[in-house]
Ligand binder design. Sequence first.
Ligand code: AMP
Length: 287
Amino acid sequence: MTLPSTFPICRSVAALRQYVGEWHRQGLRVALVPTMGALHAGHLSLVARGLHLADRVVTSVFVNPIQFGPKEDFAAYPRREAEDAALLAKAGAHALYAPTVDVMYPEGFSTTVTVDGVSEGLCGAFRPGHFAGVATVVSKLLLQAGPDVALFGEKDYQQLQVIRRMVRDLDIPVHIEGVPTVREADGLALSSRNAYLSAEQRSVAPTLHQTLATAADHLAKGTAVDTEVAWGTSQLLAAGFASVDYLEVRDAVTLKPVSVVERPARILVAAYLGKTRLIDNQAVVPA
Ligand code: AMP
């Protein structure tokens, strides 16, 4: 098969498999970067890392309806395929996989992948069904593409641990690579949802990262989790966040709650600025 010189966009599982199959026959390593589009420098850092770890990078763009709750922003979620394709071509990716909802969930679709333990609490408690939606679509994408490596951002830390657990439990033959969060100069984690923020909300948003960084520093020196959680929550509310879904400290791998940090941990937060829900997290490494 001769691959076209223009940037390929695959719409079907068969088209995707034709590319990946040909690359594998040529002995090349293939990376998959799953996204929901509206690409920014955070997504592109996953592509860059994929190019480092593999010879070919496929990025998928699919706004996955089953990971959105009924009151969430599925309809409003930004969709800009032409810009995404141009960004991916410029970043050196080799193909875009952009299936329709019908391709992913044809009539009669009845299977759900659920991951216990790591899916519970944190975002799992506030977004019922979210991680089952994520695990289901990611398992499909991995089976459709058959990549050697798949890359996910630490920005969605609980999601990363859910996927690691799922791949281990189901013996899916792929290496999962976590990629550090890309931030604006003022510390705000890049997110497609930052576009929803007003100018005033945008000026408050970096408090999320600053609060996590300060609390992580204290926790690493042995302060009690309860103290830092109470302090951090009051900082966010005083700065102008409307509400805090959670601010918690968890074991870095199992995501089980911890009260004092003695092993690598993670401090994770979800909070609302107006109607926009922002999430972030930070490593806590005991001194
Ligand atoms: P999304 O399109 O929001 O579903 O994100 C697709 C992938 O990009 C996920 O693995 C995210 O964790 C990752 N990602 C999103 N934002 C960032 C960021 N600021 N830095 C690094 N990775 C990110």
